[in-house]
Design a protein around this ligand. Structure first.
Ligand code: ADP
Ligand code: MG
Length: 619
């Protein structure tokens, strides 16, 4: 006997041990999900066999009646789940049941907080999968044989879930996988026909393969199918209840929670396809993982082909979960083919419209915050990414503004435009690294004084948003920190204007040479002494900060210092005779303006020294 057929004892990958601890400790109250997870794997294995058999029919070996059988033995305290799907080789059993190869594993472990309740929510989204068996079992034995391999190449895998497992070759007459759970003492209740039937109905009704239990009762023989056993999305819409949709969502999204909403569409015509999309009620843990490919499952004529959200939906809809099933693709379609496929382009375009329609219907209701809070930041990427739907996505955006201080942004661009001041030509915004900094910015003073609303943008993505969303409803978007302002109400303030540059401004310009590009009298300020302003299309201070934080080179730029000549500090400067003191005060004025917009000083220690000298002199 060669060594490879002998029994080996191997250790779990360390992440598996961590996951097992977490599963066993935090999912106790949810432990019935073990059955859903194991049936889901059996169903996946059957889908994989169907797919592989498309190009190699011999894999069926005459056995095409697909099933998932569940058995139980009250006396022995076992539950068994058996399928005639693709099966596993010995190497696959070692790799798939002993390691976690899922994308996002690192992110998942990074996101764990140590708080059992929070972590059990995360784990639900990560999908505990096979390891859920150990919530109810203190020993799990897996027998499997890969389709297309001989009986002697079968495998037996066994573990008690504590650190290690054993594998050995095992003669197995049929292909597929059988999983035997030796139930823990406190989980013996699951070795019961009624209990199992109820769980299958509750969690696995939508699985398209028959799930069969032994018939019960005196002299009962054979098996009966417990689930509906048709692909849920192919059933007539009026025959599908909300609970069916919710159960199906939980299956495909690995989520314990209900979805926020869904949209189910059947299209018949030149192209024939069905789509079913869900918006989750919580963000998946890898929402900001741009590489994440989870989300949308592609079926061709009811055969599962691949899970790949990229070809089927744009990235900014990556929070959507669901399925696309079509007759109009070849069954052997590959990722590469998908990229250049007309049918997929059409389905994708129509799907985006359906999903935007779904979000629009949420936006019209009371509960839009439930969508916006978790997903708003991602939806904003749509304005950048999806030029064709830019205006439509823009209408769905919500902002904090100077007129609305709600914790979750609520102001739409339409609402903003609807209450613009007479004569107001632009939609004004301010970007900053936090809502608090934005709200306190001196740049807002004149807007507050004249009652003009300003959007307060503090998501990192907002900087890119405003470079792509240059106008809405024919009105340009304009930063309050750049260029010259033309505001309604300017006329009333005009008589004070004169073309002459005040001597103080000239003196400040000289004193701040090398710091500010120039100094000018402000039209923005009413209370603060000074603020910094960029050129009309200059990069905002916030964007410069973001780019620097990301390690990018940002060309040094000098901005204009606007000063409020009516402020006491400026009046104090006006009468300063000592040039050295004037220069020091001017510098402090400049540095204050940098700080007020959340910027970083080049020489913070120098600033502190200057302020302290001033404070001591004042005492
Ligand atoms: P996932 O289903 O998300 O891949 P699981 O932890 O549920 O993760 O399963 C891990 C892997 O084990 C599966 O991807 C599959 O390769 C293998 N596996 C589990 N159950 C079966 C089964 N019944 N038949 C064949 N392979 C299986
Ligand atoms: Mg699974």
């Amino acid at each position: 006997m060669s060594t490879s057929t002998q029994q080996e004892t191997l250790g779990f990958q360390s992440e598996v041990n961590q996951l097992l601890d977490l599963v066993i400790n935090s999912l106790y109250s949810n432990r019935e999900i073990f059955l859903r997870e194991l049936i889901s794997n059996a169903s996946d294995a059957i889908e994989k066999l169907r797919f592989a058999a498309l190009s190699n029919e011999a894999l069926y070996d005459g056995d095409t009646g697909m099933f998932i059988d569940v058995d139980f033995d009250r006396d022995a305290g076992t539950v068994t789940i058996r399928d005639n799907g693709i099966g596993m080789t010995r190497e696959e059993a070692v790799a798939h049941l002993g390691t976690i190869a899922k994308s996002g594993t690192k992110e998942f472990f990074g996101a764990l907080s140590g708080d059992a309740k929070q972590d059990s929510q995360l784990i639900g989204q990560f999908g505990v999968g096979f390891y859920a068996a150990f919530i109810v079992a203190d020993k799990v034995t897996v027998y499997s044989r890969k389709a297309g391999t001989p009986p002697e190449d079968g495998v037996r895998w066994e573990s008690s879930g504590r650190g290690e497992f054993t594998v050995e070759n095992w003669q197995r007459p049929t292909r597929g996988t059988e999983i035997v759970l030796q139930l823990k003492d406190d989980a013996k209740e699951f070795a019961d026909g009624w209990r199992l039937r109820a769980l299958i109905k509750k969690y696995s009704d939508h699985i398209s393969t028959p799930i069969r239990l032994p018939k019960e009762g005196e002299d009962a023989e054979g098996r009966e199918t417990v689930n509906a056993a048709t692909a849920l999305w192919l059933r007539a819409k009026q025959d599908i209840g909300d609970d069916d949709y919710k159960g199906f969502y939980q299956h495909i999204a690995h989520d314990f929670d209900d979805p926020l909403c869904w949209v189910h569409t059947k299209v018949e015509g030149k192209l024939e396809y069905t789509t079913l999309f869900f918006i989750p009620s919580r963000p998946p843990f890898d929402l900001f993982e741009r590489e994440s490919k989870r989300g949308i499952q592609l079926y061709v004529q009811r055969v599962f082909i691949m899970e790949d959200s990229e070809q089927l939906l744009p990235r900014y809809l990556r929070f959507v979960r669901g399925i696309v099933d079509t007759r109009d693709l070849p069954l052997n379609v590959s990722r590469e083919l998908l990229q250049r496929n007309k049918a997929i382009d059409t389905i994708r375009g129509a799907s985006v419209k359906k999903i935007l329609g779904l979000i629009e219907s949420l936006a019209g209701g009371e509960d839009y915050a439930k969508f916006w809070a978790p997903f708003g930041r991602v939806l904003k990427e749509g304005v950048i990414e999806d030029a064709a739907n830019r205006e439509r996505v823009a209408k769905l955006l919500r902002f904090a503004t100077t007129h609305d201080d709600a914790a979750t942004p609520t102001v739409s661009l339409e609402a903003y435009v609807g209450r613009m001041k007479e004569g107001q030509k632009a939609i004004y915004y301010l970007t900053a690294d936090s809502h608090a900094t934005a709200k306190a910015s001196p740049h807002l003073e004149v807007f507050r004084a004249r009652g003009i609303e300003v959007l307060l943008l503090s998501d990192p993505v907002d900087e890119w948003l405003v470079t792509h969303l240059t106008e809405f409803d024919g009105k340009p978007l304009k930063s309050v920190t750049a260029g010259k302002l033309e505001l309604p109400g300017d006329e009333a303030h005009e008589e004070q204007e004169s073309d002459e540059t005040p001597a103080l401004v000239e003196r400040l310009t000289k004193a701040l040479a090398g710091k500010a590009a120039s100094v000018r009298k402000s039209t923005r300020l009413t209370d603060s002494p000074a603020c910094l302003v960029g050129e009309e299309h200059a990069m905002s201070a916030n964007l410069q900060r973001i780019l620097r934080a990301a390690g990018q080179e940002v060309p040094p730029d000098q901005r204009v210092l606007e000063v409020n000549l009516t402020h006491p500090l400026l009046q104090r400067l006006e009468i300063e005779q000592d040039d050295e003191r004037f220069a020091e005060l001017a510098l402090v004025l400049f540095e204050q303006a940098v700080l007020a917009e959340g910027g970083r000083l080049e020489d913070p220690a120098g600033f502190v020294g200057r302020v302290n000298r001033l404070l001591t002199a004042a005492a």
